[in-house]
Design a binder for this molecule. Structure first.
Ligand SMILES: Cc1cc2nc3c(=O)[nH]c(=O)nc-3n(C[C@H](O)[C@H](O)[C@H](O)COP(=O)(O)OP(=O)(O)OC[C@H]3O[C@@H](n4cnc5c(N)ncnc54)[C@H](O)[C@@H]3O)c2cc1C
Length: 292
């Protein structure tokens, strides 16, 4: 009997990842796993470990570039109904890892809760956004986090409290493989004021980013004190094309992918941009996008 048979349709073989990422490119996952709940996640992870199968965790795929050859091992996505729940209790919001952050932002605005507006227009799941400490000029998700429940690859579940959490630029000190849920402490505000702030931030993003195209947001991290987008723009790279991949004319730190693009096109363009910026400004750009 194969390791996955006892888990039925929660483990599927050779599943294309392109439709599960915002770039819309890349090959299949050898095993695509969508556990029903934490108990089943623990059982699956135990089998994966016994069989020495590599584990990858997928959120909404908004910061991911998957190679054309796909991913060996298991891609685990916490997107079953149990992992998409969120509840509001006064100013405390508890959300499971698979909860869509844009929905959460709107639910909080509706409830007159302020603290997550800065995430308007940043696509992702609660798990993925905490992992990346998603944010920008308006703030980041880490600032609103009260505690995070995580699970390691031994199946051990534990809570990381605020005092023990450090959120930095697109990173945190959470090393456990799985973020299961998070609790946010928000402040009471006027629902209309919060909704207007969400709208304002969303409009700003819509005007400055190619939101209608396939992308993964910013490709490179901003080097200390500098803007990666400005360096790419000043290097004359806006509009550069490799195959179906293009450096966006709207925001130079975005690479967009046309239908039919290959991951290889995007990877080649990333390297061309990195080389040109290195040669022109002697600055090494580090990728923000996670590459599988
Ligand atoms: C149009 C667009 C605009 C964007 N704008 C911004 C922006 O302004 N600011 C910004 O910060 N980002 C931005 N991004 C990038 C993206 O929205 C964020 O990085 C977001 O955090 C990705 O969340 P995700 O759920 O899609 O994670 P994924 O892309 O699925 O995964 C990202 C990383 O998180 C890990 N991960 C995912 N879920 C979990 C989990 N439950 N437990 C542990 N690890 C997990 C993955 O293994 C991977 O390493 C943008 C992306 C797009 C497409």
């Amino acid at each position: 009997m194969n390791w996955y048979e006892e888990f039925g349709e929660q483990v599927r073989l050779n599943v294309p990842l392109a439709p599960l990422t915002w770039f819309g490119v890349g090959g299949p996952a050898q095993f695509y796993v969508t556990p029903r709940d934490v108990a089943q996640l623990q059982a699956i992870v135990a089998r994966l470990r016994e069989n020495e199968i590599p584990i990858h965790v997928l959120g909404s795929g908004a910061n991911l570039l998957v190679h054309d050859a796909g991913v060996e091992g298991a891609v685990i996505c916490l997107n079953s109904p149990e992992f998409k729940k969120a509840e509001i209790d006064g100013t405390t919001v508890r959300a499971q890892a698979g909860k869509d952050v844009q929905k959460l932002v709107l639910e909080c605005a509706h409830a007159g809760l302020s603290g997550l507006e800065c995430l308007a227009g940043i696509p992702g799941s609660v798990g993925g956004e905490i992992k990346m400490n998603a944010g920008g000029a308006f703030g980041d998700i880490g600032s609103a986090v009260h505690c995070v429940t995580v699970m390691d690859t031994n199946g051990q579940v534990y809570v990381r409290e605020r005092d023990d959490l450090v959120f930095g630029y697109r990173k945190s000190n959470i090393s456990a493989r799985f973020i299961l849920s998070a609790t946010f402490e928000l402040s009471q505000d006027d629902p209309t004021r919060v909704a207007n702030k969400v709208k304002e931030i969303w409009m700003f993003k819509k005007n400055s980013q190619p939101l209608a195209d396939h992308s993964a947001g910013c490709i490179f991290k901003n080097p200390r004190g500098l803007s990666a987008g400005a360096l790419i723009d000043q290097a004359g790279l806006k509009g550069s094309i490799v195959g179906g991949a293009e450096v966006s004319s709207k925001h130079a730190n975005f690479i967009t992918a046309k239908k039919g693009s290959k991951a290889a096109d995007i990877l080649t363009l990333i390297e061309q941009v990195r080389t040109r910026v290195q040669d022109k400004f002697d600055v090494t750009l580090e990728t923000e996008v996670v590459i599988w």
